[in-house]
Ligand binder design. Structure first.
Ligand code: FAD
Length: 396
C-alpha cells in the first residue's frame, strides 16, 4: 500500500516521486542477486549521487540538496523499503560528511565537500575499534603530529564501506585524555598504509561491505583535521544523533517493505477456502505490523522536525532509533510468520528482511545504549518547548 506522506513543499513531493522511480527501476532489479552474492553495489551510489540524493540535508552552496531533515529521512525510508543495504549506505555516507559540513573551515568545505555531497566520492565513518564499540572513548588508535601532518596508527573495526570508500572520517587519539583527547580526520582511501581486512561475513546486510581498517603509519595532512585537536568525540557524537535518525528511517523503510510483502501474500494465499487475511487471528497480526510501522515513522519524523527547527532532539533521536529498530525486528519476524513455511525459505525476501533488521538494533549505538541516553536525559530533566511549523504542506 502506498505510504501516505505529508511533506513541507512541492519540491519535496517531487523528490520523493523521483526516489520511488529510481528505487523501482534501478534498485529493485538488483537487490536479490547482490545480497545473495555479497556484492557491494558501488554503481548504485553513483546513480543516487547523480540524482542528487546523497547530500540532501546539506547546504546547496556546497552541492547539497538544501532539504530539511524530515524530507531527507523520508527519501531514505523509500530507498530502504526496496534495499536496506543501500539505505544504510546512504545514511553512513551522510554521517561521514557531517563533520566537515558542521566543523570544517570554509576552505576545507570548498575543497572537499562538493565531490562528497555530489556522490563522486563515497564516505565511511571510523569510530569503533575491536575493543571499543559502545564505549568509543576507550579507543586506542593514535594520531601523532609530525610537521605539517599527523601519523595515524591503529585499527578501526566494523567500517561500513571499508575497502570500498573514497574517504574515511576517522576519530583518533591526539592525547591521553579519555574524552577530550580525540580528534577527527578525513583520510583519503589511497593513503599509504591504509589497508582493509577481508570483509566480515555477516548474518544480513550482505550487500553492504563491512571491514576492519588498519592504519599502519598513515600520514594525513594537518589541513584534513576537522575542528580543533580534542574536538573529535563531540563531533562524532553530534553526528551520531543525526545518524541515528538515519538508521531509524532505514528501519521504518525495511519494516514497511516487510508489511507490504506480507499484506500482498495474505490477500492471495488461501486456507479453509478464504484468503488468510480474512482469518481475524492473522489479520490482527497485520494490523499490529501496520501500527508498529506508523508509530516508528511518526516518532522518527517528530525528532527530525525538532532538529529542523533547531531544537534539542538527542533524546527523541534515541527514542526513534530504539522504537523504529525494535519495531522493525518484530514486523519482519511477523512477516515470516504470515508467509508460513514459504517465509522461512530464500525464495521470498522476508527471511532476509528479518536478518537485516537484527543489526539495526546493534549499530549506531546498541538499543541498550539508546536506553542509557534516554534515561540520562530523563534524569537531567529539561525544558519543554513549542515551535511553530511552517504553513506550507504538500501530499507526497
Ligand atoms: C554491520 C555493522 C556495521 C557497522 N558499521 C560501523 C561503522 O560504519 N562505523 C563504526 O564506527 N562502527 C560501526 N559498527 C560498530 C557498531 O556501532 C558497534 O558494533 C556497536 O556500537 C556495539 O559495539 P560492540 O560491537 O563493540 O559491542 P559492545 O560495546 O561490546 O557491547 C556488547 C553488548 O553489551 C551491551 N552493553 C555495552 N555497554 C553497555 C552498558 N553501559 N549498559 C548496558 N548494556 C551495555 C551492548 O548493548 C551489547 O549488547 C558496525 C557494526 C556492525 C555489526
Amino acid at each position: 500500500m502506498p505510504v501516505q506522506r505529508l511533506v513541507p513543499t512541492q519540491e519535496a513531493a517531487d523528490l520523493l516521486a523521483l526516489t520511488r522511480e529510481i528505487a523501482q527501476e534501478e534498485l529493485a532489479p538488483k537487490v536479490a542477486a547482490a545480497e545473495a552474492d555479497e556484492q557491494f553495489p558501488r554503481e548504485v551510489f553513483r546513480t543516487l549521487g547523480r540524482a542528487g540524493l546523497l547530500g540532501l540535508p546539506y547546504g546547496e552552496e556546497y552541492g547539497g540538496g538544501g532539504q530539511p531533515y524530515e524530507v531527507y529521512l523520508q527519501v531514505l525510508e523509500e530507498i530502504a523499503a526496496v534495499w536496506a543495504s543501500v539505505g544504510v549506505g546512504v545514511s553512513v555516507h551522510g554521517l561521514s560528511c557531517f563533520g566537515l559540513a558542521t566543523k570544517g573551515t570554509d576552505e576545507q568545505k570548498q575543497r572537499l565537500l562538493p565531490d562528497m555531497l555530489g556522490g563522486e566520492l563515497l564516505g565511511a565513518y571510523c569510530l569503533s575499534e575491536p575493543h571499543a564499540g559502545s564505549d568509543p572513548a576507550a579507543m586506542r588508535t593514535t594520531a601523532v603530529r609530525d610537521g605539517d601532518a599527523y601519523v595515524l596508527t591503529g585499527e578501526k573495526a566494523w567500517t561500513t564501506h571499508g575497502g570500498q570508500a573514497d574517504f574515511y572520517k576517522v576519530m583518533a587519539r591526539t592525547s591521553d585524555h579519555r574524552s577530550r583527547g580525540i580528534s577527527c580526520f578525513l583520510v583519503p582511501a589511497d593513503s599509504a598504509g591504509l589497508v582493509a581486512d577481508p570483509a566480515e561475513r555477516k548474518m544480513g546486510l550482505t550487500g553492504s561491505t563491512t571491514a576492519l581498517m588498519r592504519f599502519e603509519g598513515v600520514r594525513v595532512d594537518a589541513d584534513r583535521r576537522l575542528g580543533d585537536e580534542g574536538e573529535g568525540l563531540p563531533i562524532a557524537l553530534a553526528g551520531l544523533d543525526a545518524g541515528r535518525l538515519g538508521i531509524a528511517a532505514v528501519a521504518v523503510g525495511l519494516a514497511q517493505g516487510a508489511l507490504d510483502d506480507a499484506l500482498a501474500y495474505a490477500k492471495e494465499r488461501e486456507t479453509f477456502g478464504v484468503p488468510i487475511i480474512e482469518h481475524q487471528g492473522l489479520a490482527f497480526v497485520l494490523a499490529d505490523m501496520a501500527a508498529a510501522v506508523e508509530t516508528a515513522r511518526a516518532m522518527t519524523l517528530h525528532a527530525a522536525r525538532l532538529k529542523d527547527a533547531g531544537l534539542p532532539y538527542s533524546r527523541q533521536a534515541s527514542i526513534a532509533k530504539l522504537v523504529a529498530t525494535d519495531n522493525a525486528m518484530k514486523v519482519t519476524t511477523d512477516a515470516v510468520q504470515v508467509l508460513g513455511g514459504f517465509g522461512y525459505t530464500r525464495d521470498f525476501p522476508v527471511e532476509r528482511y528479518m536478518r537485516e533488521a537484527k543489526v539495526m538494533q546493534i549499530f549506531e549505538g546498541t538499543n541498550q545504549i539508546q536506553r542509557l541516553v534516554i534515561s540520562r536525559a530523563l534524569a537531567k530533566g529539561g525544558a519543554v518547548s513549542t515551535a511553530v511549523a511552517p504553513a506550507e504542506f504538500a501530499l507526497a
